[in-house]
Design a protein around this ligand. Sequence first.
Ligand code: HAM
Length: 414
Amino acid sequence: MAITAIKGFNDILPTESGRWQHIEQTARRVFELNGFSEIRVPVMEKTELFSRSIGDATDIVEKEMYTFIDKGENSITLRPEGTAGVMRAFIEHKLYAQDPVAKLYYLGPMFRYERPQKGRYRQFHQIGAEITGVHDPLADAQVLNMLVQFFRATGLDEPQLQINSLGCPECRPGYRAALVGFLESRLDQLCEDCKRRFSTNPLRVLDCKVPGCVEATIGAPSVLDHLCGGCQDHFTGVQGYLDSTATPYSINPRMVRGLDYYTRTTFEMVTGLLGSQSAVAAGGRYDGLISQLGGPAIPGIGFAMGLERVALLLGAQEFSIRPDLFIATLGAGERSFAFRLMHDLLRAGIRVEMDYDGKSLKSQMRRADKLKARYSLVIGENEVNSGTGAMKRMEDGTQTELPLRAEDIMRVLS
Ligand code: HAM
């Protein structure tokens, strides 16, 4: 029996890779425009890095990590997200030594042992960006504007920006206590997971999709009513900057995140088009994370988007690469002439395809159609002897006679 891929791990086939490249190239362009540089970190880290940063009482660390003991008896984990590894590298290489303000972006596969469904996989891909070293809400607003700018540049205007503030170590305990007080009398309405979360991570109850939990949390206290003065001012500052650039957003006080490192601003880009997987991108501020990982007290903020989800939103749009020219040959004698011409054109940066195995002219032209070539050129004995030929524009059949030299062909193509 043929071997298949692991459940929840996908192949990205040539029919889809054009769309992926479009997303990746747009992200690189928009992020680099905003002054971000790429950082590449390993796909595996010591398990402790994730438990210490994401938090022991999160679904990710409790249930979803691909963790194993390697041959040296070390506990290793396939990264479930990018921020922890990037901050580990930021600290390890003292990237803050010259300037605490670093703007970094990364892309690559992440791994979570979740139940696979549309938009949720066990290997998925994130493109993320992080800014360190800025306390001012200006950094929050720049990151948010960059995210909105990215979606517009990709051709998507649907995901909506939602923001919230989760407070800080000073004010969150007060909110937590208020929420626990509210949930206490409704414990029997909660699902088994939330009964457990009630004591380990009560804020997560607000995020549960089980109808009983949704109902039980109607009227729950809002985190925004419990912010301390500093967090309140920060959140007002973020909104002020977003308003000043007319960036559309809504406030969602029920948005809690699945990772424990967040402080103050959190946000998600949400869509109604992907069923229950509504977050296409998400992130927030993590002012305590770098010091928690053994680095200096430097704040940070960032986000990551799920490439699979962005690709699903882009749908069936055509992103395949079309050849500029398809060269067909009438007989074996012309193939070496055609091959030389193709070589010259490729060197000049023209996308050329030719027939590889001497098929009939009809089947060669079918292939030109299938590849969606812009032009075709048939080379027979006459063309080889005269050094001239006719390029046909596939769209409307217009023919152009020309010498069969790279510079003349390029003129017609331009
Ligand atoms: P996250 O919310 O866990 O945040 O993931 C960010 C995005 O990754 C999600 O909004 C979703 O689009 C995508 N994603 C997550 N899990 C899956 C999955 N199983 N299958 C497909 N896509 C998925 C983080 O990972 C944070 N590190 C974001 C961040 C960066 N915060 C600050 N900086």
